[in-house]
Design a protein. Structure first.
Length: 372
């Protein structure tokens, strides 16, 4: 794997979080329409069951109309964005550096108006690429290509397989709901970390089902600089139910809990570095915009190579590079100290920029150690 790629930084996951400005932009009028459709005070005549059924039908119809209006706005936003990308390429990428960040912010604001917060976030990130390094035109072209692919995915979503169509809906910023029957398991807390921007703090909690052997992601949010409420200690296990969200992501919603978190000595099964790269490649088939996948590496050794670090298989001649963000964190030295040159197991996120370690276990008995 190399650091050249066509994905955004894993530290800037955007399409899963609700965009407040976008959500508020079209919600007020829609709510008024729904209230006028359903009625504020209910019916004074007829049976209560008939009134309830009529009210439920009216609400469903109002919700359908709101969804259609939002889809129309997003379609208009995608069409406009396609034209702006075409104008950029026609004028040449060098013009992007001369235009400055204002052009991208204006375009992002248009995507917010179109109620497509995922597109808005990706456009804002484009503004940081010009002038960011000697190879910025290559990176800008790659990101423009991914944005074009997402636009075309939305415009042709009816022809896509359901899994890919769900990924497109998520990436443009449509909210999804957890679906399917709840899955109860003992969920081992693998990692927990926060990322923040000017409006929102996002907490990511990675879980591992001891019985199901499934890795799942919990997301929680805190606005205005406040920390999210959900906090689960790494290394403990929670007996609980979770429900999956649609699409190719491992995101779940936490359901009923059957007790407090307790100590657990279980560990996820580890794969080789070659197997980790294969997992990421397979996941891209269902979501081409995926930044990374959760992977546990078994029996790897952190090895320096100039200014870079690699996780080398102890039993094979293969290795994965650490991502740039991992090399800049103090957790790298905790990982090196824990290993001491001996194999360790490491859980983290494997993507096009490399592997980002989050938690590690010593080769023998020992507790989980956060290394992010």
């Amino acid at each position: 794997m190399t650091e050249q790629g066509v994905r955004r930084s894993a530290e800037q996951v955007s399409a899963v979080a609700p965009d407040t400005a976008s959500r508020e932009a079209g919600s007020g009028l829609d709510e008024v329409v729904e209230q006028r459709t359903t009625g504020a005070g209910g019916s004074s005549s007829g049976s209560s069951s008939g009134s309830s059924a009529s009210s439920g039908s009216s609400r469903s119809e109002a919700a359908r109309r709101r969804a259609e209006r939002r889809a129309e706005r997003i379609t208009a936003g995608c069409t406009e964005l396609e034209q702006r990308l075409a104008d950029l390429l026609r004028a040449g990428l060098a013009a992007a550096e001369q235009e400055g960040y204002g052009l991208w912010e204006e375009t992002a604001a248009r995507m917010v108006d179109a109620q497509a917060p995922g597109l808005a976030s990706r456009v804002r990130e484009l503004g940081a690429v010009p002038g960011s390094g000697p190879d910025w035109p290559v990176r800008l072209l790659e990101e423009c290509a991914l944005l074009h692919l997402l636009d075309q995915g939305w415009l042709g979503r009816e022809r896509l397989p359901e899994r890919l169509a769900a990924a497109v809906r998520t990436r443009v910023g449509l909210p999804g709901r957890a679906q399917g029957p709840p899955l109860r398991d003992r969920w081992l807390v693998l990692a927990q970390y926060d990322t923040a921007d000017a409006r929102l703090t996002t907490r990511r909690v990675w879980l591992y089902g001891v019985a199901s052997r499934r890795t799942a992601l919990l997301l929680s949010y805190g606005a205005d600089g406040r920390a999210p409420d959900l906090a689960l200690p790494v290394g403990l296990a929670l007996d609980a139910e979770v429900s999956a969200f649609p699409g190719g992501t491992p995101r779940v919603a936490l359901g009923e809990r059957f007790g407090p978190p307790v100590a657990c000595g279980a560990r996820p099964e580890g794969v080789t570095t070659e197997g980790a790269a294969a997992c990421y490649g397979e996941a891209l088939r269902g979501d081409p915009w995926l930044e990374s996948v959760p992977v546990t590496l078994g029996r790897v050794v952190p090895v320096p190579d100039g200014d870079s670090w690699w996780l080398a298989d102890a039993d094979a001649d293969t290795a994965l590079p650490l991502s740039p963000v991992a090399r800049s964190r103090p957790g790298l030295w905790r990982l090196v100290a824990l290993s001491g040159g001996a194999p360790v197991s490491v859980f983290g996120e494997c993507g096009h920029r490399g592997f980002t370690p989050l938690t590690a276990w010593p080769g023998g008995e020992g507790e989980a150690v956060p290394v992010h």
